[in-house]
Design a protein around this ligand. Structure first.
Ligand SMILES: CC(C)(COP(=O)(O)OP(=O)(O)OC[C@H]1O[C@@H](n2cnc3c(N)ncnc32)[C@H](O)[C@@H]1OP(=O)(O)O)[C@@H](O)C(=O)NCCC(=O)NCCS
Length: 169
């Protein structure tokens, strides 16, 4: 008899659909973004475990609807199990347009089936159509799955953020 994981693997691989997000998915994306926020808070003592503006329906809807912003969702049998969120802009001092991947999240039980890779692939294709010169993402040094995922696409480290924790008297 196939294991639960093998059964899910077959279902996921056969049924995952990557779609441009629309407003109907908003609540499901908000829930996933709250989980991403909690993951980040567990990795970084400066990040609050409480929902921030980045998890607000208003912010996510703005990114779903914007001309230079993009949200993809991964759907398996009618359920949203992952999403990515990014935008195109020309930051101050940059010579050309940059794609920025702000969020990429896959529900824990759906990880390691290629969904994160599919979300990033779709986002990169969309950025290319928008004429960007580079794509960037901020990733915690301890986030090995995410670092490996981005490096698979050829992303290289260009920046290190240093932090001094100030001791209170
Ligand atoms: C990072 C994340 C999106 C990856 O999603 P996923 O669907 O599991 O990734 P995929 O199955 O598409 O994996 C693609 C590649 O990423 C790397 N990878 C993914 N998970 C990994 C893990 N646990 N350990 C090591 N490498 C991993 C591998 O190189 C993998 O390729 P392979 O399967 O051929 O070895 C997922 O782990 C996640 O949601 N993490 C929490 C949120 C987060 O940290 N997001 C990134 C910052 S915004």
């Amino acid at each position: 008899m196939p294991s639960k994981k093998a059964k899910l693997s077959k279902t996921v691989l056969a049924n995952v659909k990557i779609r441009h997000a629309s407003e109907e998915y908003l609540q499901q994306i908000v829930k996933l973004s709250e989980k991403l926020g909690k993951d980040e808070s567990a990795m970084d003592s400066m990040i609050t475990p409480l929902p921030s503006e980045f998890q607000s329906p208003k912010w996510i809807l703005k990114n779903i609807k914007g001309e230079n912003t993009i949200v993809f969702v991964a759907e398996v049998e009618g359920k949203i199990v992952g999403y990515s969120l990014g935008w195109v802009s020309q930051p101050w001092g940059y010579k050309g347009k940059r794609g920025y991947i702000c969020d990429c999240f896959v529900e824990e039980s759906y990880r390691r089936y290629g969904i994160g890779k599919a979300l990033i692939e779709n986002t990169l294709n969309w950025f290319t159509e928008k004429g960007v010169e580079c794509v960037e993402a901020d990733v915690y040094s301890a986030n090995v799955p995410s670092l490996r995922l981005f490096k698979k696409f050829g992303f290289k480290e260009v920046f290190k953020r240093l932090r001094l924790t100030v001791k209170k008297p």
